[in-house]
Design a protein around this ligand. Structure first.
Ligand code: SF4
Length: 722
């Protein structure tokens, strides 16, 4: 039977065979940036590559400025088109041949592993890599380098929601329903999500939801562009979202709005949560969070009495030392109201990076193998080892999480070499000054990138790689929908794809053909053809949680993307999860009691203000790409510090003054931007810039105990006129 969600989701999609054929000079693909993965068409003209939005269920013909200008980097003067190596005499990077650069890598790796063991080599990936690259990188680490030390920058973005989702539902798929459901929700609660700046085309769904008479509630310490569109904006003190969630549940239970039948039939653990939220009296939570009781009651009523309701969390709720528990508190609320699995209702996480979802499913995470399998699960190891043509015992065990991995450089057992693909931790890691110093302690730093990012500028070897319009592959968007990325043109001379780099490194390390030990695999172990890699990924993921076995490039084309799990080519995909059961041992979702606790660093007389960090509309992540795009640079030329006019008055600061912001870990400088949209006890800085304007010089490297996600969203700072 056809899943109604499936057909509704695709109502605005072209039917199979009706998509106008694209010429060789024109392809339908997706934006290279965020997880919305807006559909776009690229057309090559003699002068340039043109970008046009196209109809796709996530963007419905819209693009943000980043998408419109994405092609400007293809022929940018900063584009790297030759490998670089650090000259041993001058200490400077100089052009080199691919042979020299790759020899430098493999000679270094071989010597370091001989002297210090396999784990002396570490790999750091990215949430923007295609599924094929993420898969190949994980396999390269475990099979070619045989190191346990691999993790990726997605640990900084989505890991808390992932851990909470796994704990409650037995699965982590950002949105367990199609994005189109947002427009149908009578009440929509966004927690720590500023989609008007991070994913502007998504705002169409919010507008539609409100036009249908829906209620939009936003929880955010700032009155962001998204919060300003809300019916109700709760503006809690940073770090108190968990208490707010527990108070909402407290009110919902007191008012009798829980769905007792759903709780009884589909969940476990409710009584413990009911007892734990009993102490979250609204008046007490008002004192803790600053959110008025009346607003807490209004939000609880809007959720508890709605016919359909959706709760979404994003980085604002997740990037805390209690991020997993904060997300869990909102999941508890959703479960008590009977939302997950009902059309137009549910809980979801708004994934950030372009392939943040797929990037965490296929093996570049320290504790995972492809298909979202656990690397410490013997059955998972046996299955993946069989696909890879190695013995299960040859696969290393779990490694360190991203920040711990970077921070262990220079320690006796820490990495001596680091291979970085698609990441710029010098700007994006918390306590970035410390990480920058750690990187400088390496014997060998290798960075594959297409521009000289701040991390690449520190490298011993820089490998120039292809951009998104120059390669095929697949991405998995925030809905868990697997999409096709299509190449418009080949990479320029001198540039290789990441898959080709990985394949060649594996070959030079002696891992080719039939693999290792007594394995009997045939053919190349590390193909550089993305279609071959994807076919292998399908087999490796088969039977796993994120099962891609039935996803083919042909089906993606014909069905406008495929939602995982999709276990066989003839089986339907899964746009909506949890309709009848949860993928837990007993088929029930789990309530987990969680308690508010302070942030790792609270304000004090020396550092009396809260700093929270985030994004701006015209920049993306570490800014290595978007800071080089002229229209984006014009729109958002530099970092700034947003502060309330009352606070500015107290500090003797006027709009535009250069201010120095200090934390216990470092300082940054930026012009002051006065705004009464922010709490008077809190300042905000975007994290896209480097050097003196690097917000992550300040951020706290304290980690969530479960997800190992750093506490980017709150630390204590002092602000002075510079
Ligand atoms: S950056 Fe995100 S919202 Fe903007 S066009 Fe690209 S995919 Fe769409």
């Amino acid at each position: 039977m056809t899943d109604p969600a499936r057909s509704e989701t695709h109502a605005d999609a072209p039917r199979p065979g009706t998509t106008p054929p694209t010429s060789a000079a024109e392809v339908d693909t997706h934006c290279p940036y965020c997880a919305l993965q807006c559909g776009m068409t690229l057309r090559a003209t003699p002068e340039r590559v043109e970008v046009r939005p196209r109809q796709f269920p996530t963007n419905r013909g819209g693009l943000c400025q980043k998408g419109w200008t994405a092609a400007e980097l293809l022929d940018h003067p900063d584009r790297l088109t030759t490998p670089l190596v650090r000259d041993r005499h001058t200490g400077k990077l100089r052009p080199a041949s691919w042979d020299e650069a790759l020899d430098r890598v493999t000679d270094g790796v071989t010597a370091l592993q001989a002297a210090h063991g396999r784990d002396s080599i570490a790999v750091f990936g990215g949430g923007g890599l295609t599924n094929e690259k993420a898969y190949a990188l994980g396999k390269f680490a475990r099979v070619a380098l045989r190191t346990r030390q691999i993790d990726y920058n997605g640990r900084f973005c989505m890991s808390s929601a992932a851990a909470a989702g796994n704990r409650a539902f037995g699965v982590d798929r950002g949105l367990p329903f199609p994005l189109a459901d947002l427009a149908r929700a009578d009440t929509l609660l966004l927690v720590g999500a500023n989609v008007a700046e991070t994913m502007p085309p998504l705002v169409r769904y919010l507008v539609e939801q409100k036009q249908r008479g829906g209620t939009l509630i936003v929880i955010d310490p700032r009155a962001t562009a998204t919060a300003r569109q809300a019916t109700l904006h709760l503006q809690p003190m940073p770090g108190t979202d968990l208490a707010v969630a527990n108070a909402l549940l407290h009110i919902a239970l007191a008012e009798g709005w829980a769905d007792r039948e759903y709780v009884e039939d589909r969940t476990t653990g409710f009584d413990a949560v009911r007892r734990s939220v009993a102490g979250y009296w609204p008046a007490q939570v008002e004192r803790l969070s600053g959110v008025p009781v009346a607003d807490l009651e209004a939000a609880a009523r809007a959720l508890g009495t709605a016919g359909t309701a959706i709760i979404l969390t994003a980085r604002g709720a997740e990037q805390h030392t209690k991020g997993v528990d904060t997300v869990t508190a909102f999941i508890n609320l959703a479960l008590a109201l009977g939302l997950p699995g009902r059309p137009g209702s549910g809980y979801g996480c708004l994934t950030g990076q372009g392939n943040g979802q797929g990037g965490r499913e296929h093996g570049q995470k320290a504790d995972q193998l492809p298909g979202y399998r656990r690397i410490d699960d013997p059955a998972a190891r046996a299955h993946v080892a069989g696909v890879w043509g190695v013995r299960p015992d040859d696969l290393p065990g779990p490694g360190l999480s991203a920040y711990e991995l970077l921070d262990s450089i220079g320690s006796p057992d820490g990495p001596r070499a680091l291979l970085v693909f698609g990441s710029n931790p010098v700007v994006s890691a918390p306590r970035a000054g410390r990480i920058q110093r750690r990187l400088s302690d390496l014997d060998l730093l290798v960075v594959a990138d297409f521009v000289l990012s701040e991390t690449a500028a520190m490298a011993d070897v820089v490998l120039p790689t292809a951009q998104w319009a120059e390669e095929d592959g697949t991405m998995t968007n925030l809905e868990g929908r697997v999409l096709r990325r299509r190449a418009l043109r080949p990479p320029p001379p001198g540039v290789r794809t990441d898959l080709a780099v990985i394949a060649e490194l594996a070959r030079r390390l002696g891992v080719t053909g039939p693999g290792m030990a007594d394995a009997d695999a045939s053919g190349p172990t590390f193909p550089d053809d993305p279609r071959l890699v994807f076919d292998e990924l399908r087999r490796a993921s088969a039977g796993g949680i994120a099962d891609y076995a039935g996803v083919t490039w042909e089906r993606i084309d014909a069905e406008n993307g495929i939602f995982w799990p999709c276990p066989a080519p003839f089986r339907p995909d899964t746009p909506r999860l949890f309709t009848t059961t949860f993928p837990t041992v007993d088929g029930r979702a789990r309530f987990v009691p969680v308690e508010h606790r302070p942030a790792a660093e609270e304000v004090c007389p020396d550092y009396p203000l809260y700093l929270t960090t985030g994004r701006v509309l015209a920049q993306y992540q570490s800014g290595a790409q978007t800071r080089r795009v002229a229209p984006l640079r014009t729109a958002a030329p530099n970092a700034f510090l947003e502060l309330h006019p009352d606070l500015a008055h107290r500090l003797g600061v006027v709009d535009g003054d250069e201010v120095r912001i200090s934390s216990r870990r470092g300082e940054m400088r930026a012009p002051a931007r006065l705004s009464d949209t922010i709490r008077v006890d809190t300042v905000f800085a975007p994290f896209h810039w480097a050097g003196v304007a690097r917000a992550n010089s300040l951020t706290n490297d304290a980690l969530d105990p479960t997800s190992r996600m750093p506490e980017f969203k709150i630390c204590a700072v002092r602000v002075e006129r510079a």
